[in-house]
Write a protein that binds this ligand. Structure first.
Ligand code: SF4
Ligand code: SF4
Length: 270
C-alpha cells in the first residue's frame, strides 16, 4: 500500500508493516525538535529500564523525577507518562520534554518507544479501537512535522528496524499482550488495588520488584527453579519477563504459567 506524501491529504488510515511512506528527520529541518513539545509519551517497561540506566538512577528515582501516572483508557491499569516541563525560554504555553535541547535529544540512543515510532503511532500502545485484533500502525497527525516533505521512502517494517523499535517491541511484547487482554475484559471486571500495585511494581519499578522477590517471602511461596532465581537477580530483562508471567498467572489465572506453582503460604503473608 502506498501512502500519499502530504499530511493534508492523509486520512486516518491503518498501516500495516508493508505500508510505504516518505519521511526523513534530520537537524536541517525547520521543525527540528518541535515534536518534542506538547506530547503525551507513554513509557513502556523497557523504556524505563533503558532510561533509568542511562541516567544512572534507580527505577524508583526515575519514576519520581521524570514521570507521572495516569490510568489507561478502557482499563483500570496504571500507566506512566513522561513529565513535561514548562518552557521558560519562550512565551510558548507548550510544555517541553525534559530531554530536549536546541541541538536535539540528549538521551537519543535510549529514547522511548513512542519517540522511535514517530511520526507513526502504534495502536497497541495508544489503545486505538481495533488494536485487540492484530495491532496496526497509523500516522501521528501533526501539522508542524515537515519530515513528510523529504524524499526518503520507507515501509513501516523498515522504519521500525531503522529506529530500533523492533527490539523494544519484542521485549515489551508480553507486557503489551497483558494490557490488551485486560482491555478486552468487560468493564465491570475491576482489578483489586493490590493487583494494580503489583502491575505497577513489575511494569515500572524493576529495582523494587527485585527487592520484593529477594527480600520478602516471595521465594518461599513459589517453587522457582534455582537457575531462574539466579538469572532474575542480575538480568533486568529476564526479571521483567518473569514478572509479567507472574502477573498473568495472578490476573488471568493463566494455566500456562505453571512456573508459579504455590509452595506454601506463610502465615499472615500476602
Ligand atoms: S517535527 Fe518531524 S521532521 Fe521535525 S524534528 Fe520532529 S520528527 Fe523530525
Ligand atoms: S525523549 Fe528525546 S526524542 Fe523523545 S520527546 Fe524527548 S527529546 Fe524528543
Amino acid at each position: 500500500m502506498d501512502i500519499p506524501n502530504t499530511m493534508a491529504s492523509i486520512e486516518p488510515v491503518k498501516l500495516t508493516l508493508d505500508s510505504k511512506f516518505k519521511f526523513k528527520c534530520h537537524k536541517g529541518v525547520k521543525c527540528f525538535t518541535k515534536c518534542c513539545r506538547g506530547i503525551n509519551i507513554i513509557l513502556t517497561p523497557y523504556d524505563i529500564i533503558r532510561l533509568k540506566n542511562r541516567l544512572k538512577l534507580s527505577s524508583e528515582e526515575f519514576l519520581a523525577i521524570y514521570t507521572e501516572p495516569q490510568l489507561l483508557e478502557k482499563t483500570d491499569l496504571p500507566i506512566i507518562t513522561l513529565k513535561l516541563l514548562d518552557d521558560d525560554s519562550s512565551d510558548s504555553k507548550e510544555k517541553l520534554c525534559p530531554f530536549v535541547r536546541k541541538d536535539g535529544c540528549i538521551i537519543y540512543e535510549d529514547r522511548p518507544t513512542t519517540c522511535r515510532y514517530y511520526p507513526l503511532g502504534v495502536a497497541s500502545l495508544s489503545h486505538k479501537e481495533g488494536a485487540d485484533d492484530e495491532g496496526f500502525y497509523f500516522f501521528v497527525h501533526e501539522a508542524h512535522c515537515l519530515g513528510f516533505e523529504e524524499d526518503k521512502e520507507w515501509t513501516v517494517r523498515e522504519w521500525r528496524k531503522d529506529q530500533g523499535v523492533d527490539i523494544h517491541d519484542e521485549i515489551n511484547a508480553s507486557w503489551t499482550d497483558l494490557v490488551v487482554r485486560k482491555r478486552s475484559f468487560p468493564k465491570n471486571v475491576m482489578l483489586t488495588e493490590q493487583s494494580k500495585k503489583m502491575f505497577f511494581l513489575v511494569s515500572y519499578n524493576i529495582d523494587k520488584f527485585k527487592q520484593f522477590i529477594f527480600e520478602t517471602s516471595f521465594l518461599d511461596r513459589y517453587k522457582i527453579d534455582s537457575e531462574t532465581v539466579e538469572k532474575i537477580k542480575e538480568d533486568e530483562i529476564a526479571r521483567l519477563e518473569f514478572g509479567i508471567k507472574w502477573l498473568k498467572s495472578l490476573l488471568f489465572k493463566d494455566a500456562s504459567e505453571d512456573q508459579f506453582e504455590i509452595n506454601k503460604k506463610p502465615e499472615g503473608k500476602v
